[in-house]
Design a protein around this ligand. Structure first.
Ligand SMILES: [Mg+2]
Length: 225
């Protein structure tokens, strides 16, 4: 049995429009100048308090920003301009992995439980993920807490798990838990940073995940190389 754990933002869903817009509103609500888009995206994956501490420092209005962000995020999620599309190939890969008898799926995210529930509901993913670890239950990435909880919940050891994510926080968290860290290039952190943070490999197409976790090519795929 193998546990395949996914990060959400920047790995499964492209949530940058929503995240950047919600950060802008939060900073405006607190009378502060919003960070650049690049800087906004650099903290995606951290839990809210850690994210805003990274942006304004520990002496800044971290709690006020986090609260304003939560409110803005909830409101903006209903805005079609802030849609959170799945990255290419994700839907198919999730369905394929979910159908494998020897694979369990998990989520480890800086999103709230509510945010993940919204996502699961929207994509019809109920019963797809065996373990869901969120910012509400564990310390922020890169603390290994979420992954240790996922292992405990599924009864598997670190050697039986992989963590797939787009940020250095995911790679560091996986290393700290003794789990294989697999980076993805389509998210919010630069690829060299993922290697530096200990990525075992970095994939640029979700299809490349299959051989890494020992799955055979689906019938018909071989002809295309
Ligand atoms: Mg991410």
């Amino acid at each position: 049995m193998q546990l395949v754990i996914f990060d959400v933002d920047g790995t499964l869903v492209d949530s940058q429009a929503l995240i950047v817009a919600a950060q802008r509103e939060a900073f405006a609500a607190c009378g502060l100048v919003a960070p650049t888009r690049e800087r906004s995206l650099s903290i995606v994956g951290l839990s809210l308090r850690e994210a805003f501490t990274a942006l304004v420092g520990p002496l800044g209005p971290v709690e006020e920003l986090a609260e304003a962000y939560r409110q803005a995020f909830g409101r903006l999620r209903a805005d079609p301009a802030c849609e959170e599309p799945l990255f290419p190939g994700i839907e198919g890969m999730i369905r394929r992995l979910a159908a494998e008898p020897d694979i369990l799926l998990g989520i480890a995210t800086g999103k709230s439980r509510k945010g993940v529930a919204h996502l699961v509901d929207r994509h019809g993913w109920d019963r797809v993920f065996t373990t869901i670890q969120t910012a509400d239950d564990s310390p922020s990435k890169p603390d290994p807490g979420m992954l240790l909880a996922a292992l405990a919940e599924t009864g598997l050891g670190p050697a039986d798990a992989v963590m797939i994510g787009d940020t250095t926080f995911d790679m560091l968290m996986a290393r700290a838990a003794g789990i294989r860290p697999i980076g993805v290039s389509w998210g919010y952190h630069p690829v060299p940073a993922l290697w530096e943070a200990g990525a075992e490999t970095v994939i640029d197409d979700v299809e490349h995940l299959a051989p890494l976790i020992g799955l055979r090519q689906p019938a018909g795929a071989a002809a295309h190389g």
